[in-house]
Design a protein around this ligand. Structure first.
Ligand SMILES: Cc1cc2nc3c(=O)[nH]c(=O)nc-3n(C[C@H](O)[C@H](O)[C@H](O)COP(=O)(O)O)c2cc1C
Length: 200
């Protein structure tokens, strides 16, 4: 038996696991998570993003609001997240609806980023076709000059955070002979959680 039973609070369990992942030297990006989205027709796509905030409202990441992922989330506001920490043999899966974080929260996070990243966010038309790398570098240079005398650089309206509000969180630990342990927490209508085990 493992620490899957250590607490009946999925937020606490997630925090314990994330703390462990962050203190594991061989995990270079403990907050990296696969984000799955889908078109309204149900065609899926997935990519890695970084978890930047988590509290009892949900899991927050930042991106371009005109990117493919954001277009899909706007049209079909549901997502799945998956963390995999290989050296720990652990996985966490999350499913839920999404919402944009408030403009104030996005402003605050944008302000905490370095100027190069801020200029990059202004310049990149994320997910749009790009003719040549040189074209992007020229645009980046022009944007850097444009903001030369601007401090602080404001957040572009096309960039901000999404929050995944979990309906279900599953914790998975590898065990010998593929007899893995899985504990799944499901949100109840009153906001509480019920939990149970799943066959491996
Ligand atoms: C480790 C890692 C972390 C990443 N973090 C982010 C992120 O936090 N936000 C983001 O927009 N893209 C991030 N990316 C890039 C995305 O995987 C993806 O290429 C990009 O967001 C465009 O996705 P889309 O075209 O599906 O919208 C990251 C990629 C990797 C490999």
């Amino acid at each position: 038996m493992t620490d899957l039973f250590a607490t009946d609070n999925p937020w606490e369990l997630f925090e314990q696991w994330m703390t462990l992942a962050k203190s594991t030297a061989s995990i270079s990006e403990p907050t990296a998570m696969t984000l799955a989205t889908a078109t309204p027709q149900g065609a899926p796509s997935a990519r890695v993003v970084l978890l930047k905030d988590v509290d009892e409202r949900g899991f927050v990441f930042y991106t371009n609001y005109e990117s493919r992922k954001s277009r899909e989330l706007a049209e079909n506001p549901q997502a799945a997240l998956c963390f995999y920490w290989m050296p720990l043999d652990r996985q966490v899966r999350i499913r839920g609806r999404v919402e944009q974080v408030s403009a104030e929260i996005s402003d605050e996070y944008f302000a905490s980023r370095g100027r190069e990243k801020q200029v990059g966010a202004w310049t990149s038309k994320q997910s749009c076709p790009l003719e040549t790398r040189e074209q992007f570098e020229q645009e980046l240079h022009a944007m850097t000059l444009k903001f030369e005398d601007t401090d602080p650089i404001p957040r572009p309206a096309h960039w901000g955070g999404w929050r995944v509000v979990p309906q279900e969180i599953e914790f998975w630990i590898q065990q010998p002979y593929r007899l893995h342990e899985r504990r799944v927490f499901t949100r109840e209508p009153d906001g509480g959680w019920v939990s149970g085990m799943l066959y491996p």
